[in-house]
Design a binder for this molecule. Sequence first.
Ligand code: ATP
Length: 587
Amino acid sequence: MLYSELADVFERLDATGSRIEMTSILSEFFRTLDPESLRSTVYLSQGKLHPDYFPQEFGMADKLVLRAVSMASAKPYGEVEKLWIKEGDPGTVAALLIKGRGQMTLFSEPLTLERVVKGLTAIESTDGRDSQDRKMKQLFLLLRESGPAESKYLCRIVTGRMRVGAGAMTLLDALSEAFASREDRPEVERAYNITCDIGLVAETVASGGIDAIKNMHVSVGSPIKVMLAERLPSIPLIMEKMGGKCAMEFKYDGIRLQAHISKDSVRLYSRRLEDLTSNFPDVASELRARCKAEEAIIEGECVAVDPSTGAMLPFQTVTHRRKKHGMEKAVEDYPVRMFMFDILFIDGADMTTYPFADRRDRLARAFETSEKIGLTEMEVIESPEDGEAFFARALAAKSEGVMAKSLYQESVYRAGSRGFLWIKYKKDYEAALTDSFDLAVVGAFHGMGKRAGKYGALLMAVFDPETGKYGTVCKLGTGFDDAFLDGLPDMMSGHLSKGRPADVDAQMVPDIWFRPAVVLEVVAAEISQSPIHTAAFGIVKEGAGLGLRFPRFTGRIRTDKGPDQCTAAAELAEMYWAQEATDGPDP
Ligand code: ATP
């Protein structure tokens, strides 16, 4: 297949804001591809060569890309850079300059998808001495054969700007439409949630149809999207929702890890799908040593503990284990304990389809416990009074609250979804009106007075997985200490955007825009309808969004969450309805 066909599709996707239209453009195109090309196409449309859990680094800064553009367009570097300062995006610059260029090579061969994938793979894998020059040359070789649209998307891919609006949900819609039916959509999404590999799902449905999709199972080595909890504001409400009986567990405040245990190795993944094995080598080897099965996938919360008393320590302590350097010392200085709470696979059996009680029982039988690993504290609760007593016990043990888990037969492990099968209840819920929010930074305002020369406030947003867009929810200027304010420009420098990023919906215009990347935890006094904010736009009231009143940064940077894992628009709307105590739509 010619890469120009794919670039044309990207152009058409870029030109439409309608998800229905994107789905039909994609499904029509997908049908024309063989399964292998489809797999690469799906990855490329997300700016990647691999599944979500594979660390993707092309390692090309804008200026390096501009050098390749300069060579490929035969324009002096200064001219290219000038245009980039105006346009902000090396992709747009490449398209503009390459448009005016003649044919570069006399016998140039048309650029195929295969050659593009090969070229990008070469860029990705080049390291060591002169790697910057060699990456630049690889890109030049591709740009030399490219027309304007083709070069635009090549440059966007290598600089991490590939956002044609076709998020994972739209791709799944298109795959269902092309190779199955609308009714099969939940199965296709399930396959994605248990593999985190949209390319594999695409290839499978294209070659084996919906039956092959139904046959996809969890497997050791490929991370599973985590199941998430809903929240309710009191224990009696939780007991009512659970039908009078549930399992309650301590809610530990640490780092969630999904452990993939195979015969002689263990890999640990964060909820963002990062591989954290090297940060917790002690946990990995203990899990292997204490697991009675050959293969298993389990989940647990890793908490820092006081080595002399075994008491749990605050979340900040365990974050020392997320360092890139000096890990050996951190492992020694900050001992941890893994509290296991779920099992998703064991020796050939996919446990995600079993009810919670069966999973918990299987988990308990699969491991010997030790000082380093154990099960979460759990009790079956049958009255609100017992629930309150368990909650008090959880707080006394320095947990941040409780997790209630449904004992219904339907309480399967719902990968990638948030629902009332698990309900969280935290200490802060008693004091604050609502839970905290995890918000993506999308902009900044210059500071004045004491904050002159620094960022004075940040523009914060929630994410809507349905539309793939970020909607603004507040201007955040409280809760920052001096060290945080001083470090902000550095922390945000890699995410600067010349204009409003395509996936941000905003009416408020900050002085500086950022591509969504950094997530901060924020508390607020109230959620209110807002004429200027675009979060959950139109969900609660037509023509209005939702905003936060008196927002305050809690001091916690959510490095464990990607921007698309921040508070979702629908969640915000639910919290608004809960706060207003009116009935929203059924969850
Ligand atoms: P969410 O995970 O719901 O998006 P969050 O990351 O801000 O939100 P919380 O709202 O505090 O986290 O609660 C959910 C998290 O609690 C889980 O993702 C998990 O990491 C952690 N956790 C602690 N104890 C348990 C437990 N016993 N069972 C399940 N999860 C637990």
